[in-house]
Design a protein around this ligand. Sequence first.
Ligand SMILES: Cc1cc2nc3c(=O)[nH]c(=O)nc-3n(C[C@H](O)[C@H](O)[C@H](O)COP(=O)(O)O)c2cc1C
Length: 176
Amino acid sequence: MNILAFAASNSRKSINKALVTYAASLLDQHRVDMLDINEYEMPIYNSDLEEGYGIPDAANRFLDRITQADALLISFAEHNGNYTVAFKNLLDWMSRINTKVYQGKPIVMLSTSPGPGGANSVLSLASDSAHYFGGNVVASLSIPSFFDNFDLENGQLANAELISKLHAVLKKIESA
Ligand SMILES: Cc1cc2nc3c(=O)[nH]c(=O)nc-3n(C[C@H](O)[C@H](O)[C@H](O)COP(=O)(O)O)c2cc1C
């Protein structure tokens, strides 16, 4: 399988990027392409901009990467219970090209935050709304209290129960 993996965060020190990178390393039977959404920067969506200048090429390029993938692995950062502005902007621009942004691909959705909630609000938002965007969410997992449960030095989860939960959700992408 060709799996496209990314963190829905534009932070250079993103903990969701650390998590999704670790999760991707467990999918060693597959080809996993890691994307950094910072490489797809675009202006804040504005219908006047769209009418005047069209859709930024970066939105087309990101959508093409989704088209080329067999499955998606995404880890969502939570800002005020919601998507980060950077991811929402990408989603908005891509939806102007094709509302079915996820193009029917199976998706494993992850999330984490430093707090005990583990960004579960944005994870619910993303998974509950994915069908509007042509997404087929096969499994999701929120990792609470990131800094207590992740060994940043070695780039891996440090909690046996969470490791086994992560393996279980990743199996779903493999059998999708
Ligand atoms: C503007 C802002 C709002 C935030 N809101 C939440 C929140 O609602 N829930 C939460 O668990 N963490 C919240 N956080 C903390 C983030 O979870 C934390 O910054 C985390 O590192 C973001 O993920 P990232 O490192 O992958 O970007 C917020 C952080 C910022 C800067």
